[in-house]
Every structure is written in C-alpha cells, then in structure tokens.
Design a binder for this molecule. Structure first.
Ligand SMILES: NC(=O)c1ccc[n+]([C@@H]2O[C@H](COP(=O)([O-])OP(=O)(O)OC[C@H]3O[C@@H](n4cnc5c(N)ncnc54)[C@H](OP(=O)(O)O)[C@@H]3O)[C@@H](O)[C@H]2O)c1
Length: 299
C-alpha cells in the first residue's frame, strides 16, 4: 500500500512516519514545503520525500500512485506567512482536486473538535470549510476530529512541560476547562487503519482520549511527575484576549483572541470513535510517562 501525506513534517506527520517505519509494510509519499522540512523526515526505503506546492497539477503529480492521502497540513496559530484561508481551506481544496486528478481513492482529513462552517470562531470555521470541501468531493473520505494531541514534540505537550516547570504559572481562566487529551500514537494507529480499510462513503469521527481532565489538573499531574511544585494563579480570559488582540495585530499573527477561545473551550464528546476506528486508547498516565521519558532521553 502506498499513501501520500501532506504536512509530513508536522508533529502528527513525524509520528505517523515513525509508525510507518516501524510497521514496514507501507510506502509513503511524504509531502513537505521546503528542503529544510524534507531534511527533518526520517530516512527509510519506505519514505519518498517530495517538496510539494499546493498547485493542483504539481500536487497531483506528487501524489500519483497513492491509494489514500492523509491531509495533515493545517495551522491553529496564524503568522505573517500563513493564514487560515491558505493553510486550512485552500490547501484542502487543492488536495481534493489533486486527489481527483491523480485518482487517489480515499482522503483522510485530520480536523478538530468543534469544526463547523457556521462557527463564529475563524479557526473552527476554516476547519469546517475544509471538512465540507472533503465531504462534498465525491471521493470516499474519513474525517477525524481530534482534541489536544499529546505525545513527545506536540505543541500541547511542550506547553504543558513549560508551564509545569515554571514554579509559578498563571493559567487562562484558571485552567478549569475540561480536556480529552488524545495520545498521538493512538491517532496514528487510527489513521493507518483507515488507510488500510478505506471505508466507503464519507464519515466523520470524534476521536478523543480515555480520560477527561481539567487543564489545571493536567499541569499539576505533570509537575508531580517532574517532581516539582507549581503554584497556579488565574489570568482572566477577557484580559488575555484583550492583550492578544493588540499583540497579534502588531505582529501579524501569534496568539490571538481566536486561538485563546479555542484553547480555553472544554472538549466535550458524547460518543468516542475509538471502537469505530478500531483503536484501543492509551491511558493518560502512560501518555504522560512517554512525554517525560522522551524529554529525559533528549537532555
Ligand atoms: N496538535 C494538535 O493538538 C492538534 C489538535 C487537533 C487537530 N490538529 C490538526 O492536525 C494537523 C497536524 O497538526 P500538527 O500540530 O502536527 O501541525 P504542526 O506541527 O503545527 O505543522 C503544521 C503543518 O502545516 C503546514 N503548513 C503551515 N502553513 C501552511 C500553508 N499555508 N499551506 C500548506 N501547509 C502549511 C506546515 O508546513 P511548514 O513546516 O512548511 O510551514 C506543517 O507541515 C493539523 O491539520 C491540525 O489542525 C492538531
């Protein structure tokens, strides 16, 4: 089986490639946007690195021969060089059109809990628009909506470690919002299983971790594992948004009120798609231990 992966240098992409290398039976066309990103990918006879643009013709050429494309490229934090319209929506529309041209039989889109074309939040709206482009493509597709992803090297894990180490930290809204952290390995297993089984039609799944936990409790748990104490205070969400609205405008990106709304919203899911996607979920304690072990190994 050959699959194509966009955004292969993303934290999800890097982990997915590690799974591919370990499993041995899958070949990957790993699409990235620069030589630097290509250099960050693992070397393996199963991985073909491709510098891609999101020009439909070029993308179709790069993806030719793949039975499935896993579309990972996407952003939460806008910058001077990347915005939601390009990274989340236009890139997905190009992947859909290129899949049609290259006769790729299945699209896997990694989306986010709360994605909706009708959302008042610009990030969630862009992910909703991306979902709609995939769902209306006429190509069989699996959309997986995920919560915060935890594993060595994810943005969520890095932020947790930084906060827990700080001694004194101030959490947005006191960190009372509930999360359903998903182990990155579990997401990768789900993605590869979908690529293998290629279900018919279009389905949308919400895949979350096994344990609900508030952000505050998560920070305290990580601090305990690190053997440090952390004293927590509260930054009112309205105040953080006021500051972020000024700084994100001045810098042309970064943490914005949109991002703050996303990261302080409780992740609520009534049906976890783990069984539907054939994944057995890693306990949160095991996920946190993996993050800490990887940290210790790298220092
Ligand atoms: N991390 C999470 O907790 C989380 C939670 C829910 C959903 N997701 C989704 O999972 C996917 C992967 O997330 P991640 O955190 O692993 O990503 P990441 O590490 O932040 O990497 C982002 C990827 O998007 C690419 N990209 C940025 N701007 C682009 C543009 N304008 N056009 C095309 N590609 C662009 C980047 O390429 P360059 O390196 O070349 O800029 C990179 O490959 C994303 O779609 C994200 O929305 C992630």
């Amino acid at each position: 089986m050959t699959i194509a992966v966009t955004g292969a240098n993303s934290s999800v992409g890097q982990k997915l490639l590690a799974h591919v290398v370990a499993s041995g039976g899958i070949d990957v066309i790993a699409g990235v946007r620069s030589e630097r990103a290509a250099d960050s990918l693992p070397s393996s006879p199963h991985i073909t690195r491709r510098i891609i643009s999101y020009d439909v013709g070029e993308l179709a050429e790069a993806m030719r021969g793949a039975s499935c494309v896993v579309h990972l490229a996407g952003i939460l934090i806008e910058s001077k060089t990347s915005n939601y319209a390009d990274a989340n929506v236009a890139a997905t529309v190009s992947v859909v059109q290129a899949s049609r041209t290259a006769d790729v039989g299945h699209i896997v889109l990694i989306s986010v809990l709360g994605a909706s074309p009708n959302s008042a939040n610009a990030f969630l709206r862009s992910k909703g628009d991306a979902e709609r482009a995939v769902a209306q493509s006429g190509i069989p597709a699996t959309i997986i909506r995920t919560p915060i992803l935890l594993g060595p090297g994810t943005a969520g894990a890095d932020a947790l470690l930084r906060t827990a180490r700080r001694g004194k930290a101030s959490l947005l809204g006191g960190g009372g919002h509930a999360l359903r952290p998903l182990d990155l390995d579990d997401l990768c297993r789900a993605i590869l299983r979908v690529c293998e089984t290629r279900p018919e039609g279009v389905s949308t799944h919400k895949l979350v971790g096994p344990e609900p936990i508030s952000y505050r409790d998560l920070v305290i748990r990580v601090a305990d594992l690190l053997g440090t104490a952390v004293s927590l205070r509260t930054t009112p969400v309205w105040l953080a948004k006021l500051g972020a609205s000024v700084t994100s405008r001045m810098r042309g990106g970064g943490i914005s009120p949109t991002v703050i709304d996303v990261i302080t919203t409780s992740e609520e899911v009534h049906h976890n798609a783990a069984d539907d996607l054939g994944v057995s979920l890693t306990p949160l304690s095991e996920t946190l231990n993996k993050i800490l072990s990887a940290e210790t190994e790298s220092t």
